[in-house]
Design a protein. Sequence first.
Length: 228
Amino acid sequence: MVPTLDYIRQKFHEFNHLYFQDKLAPIPIKLSNTKSYVGNISFKRRRKFFGQWEYYDFTMRINTRIALSEQELEDTILHEMIHYYLYANQLQDKTPHGPHFRQMMQYFNDTYGRHITISHKGAKVEWKQDENSKPKKHIFAILTHKSGRKYVKVVPRIRSRVLYFHNSMFKSGEIIEIKWYYSTDPYFNRFPSSVSMRVYEFEEAEMLPRIKEAQPLYCDGKNVIVTR
């Protein structure tokens, strides 16, 4: 099923009433044709008193590149609505799918028979197509959260950007280890290259062979060095 704006708006209104007690204000909804996500919530933020952040100007984007089943599309919309609810109510986690997100996801799945997941099942179809695309040079990090969960992040191939992201993640207090690599594997074409705090969980069975083939890099927060 290829999503339309009318369908997404209808489901947003329906799910807002059924699952969120009409607490979510309507937001702009847009269609996307990107390769990096199935659904996305974007926003702006500004600093409030006492160092708190206020999140505003939300937009939901749903990808039209992949023909999901109706259930997968509904669960994708709900996935993004959970993100919206958490940010709008200052309940955001330190990581994209932390304890608050998982708690709400599990509640919806158990109570209403939903099948919301951390990673979008449909995205794998598109990403597998990307693996056949032209190889590109990537610098990526494998991050270990203090909970033990692992994430991947692709950053621009610029020394200052690598160092900025490396130091910013350790300052967050949530990351206990970062390992850096260089690779031309098209697998990494799926991930947006940036220094934002958005990182991505991965399946070890998919990632470990790629780490093994990648070129290790050493980073101490001041220097980035090839180690072999």
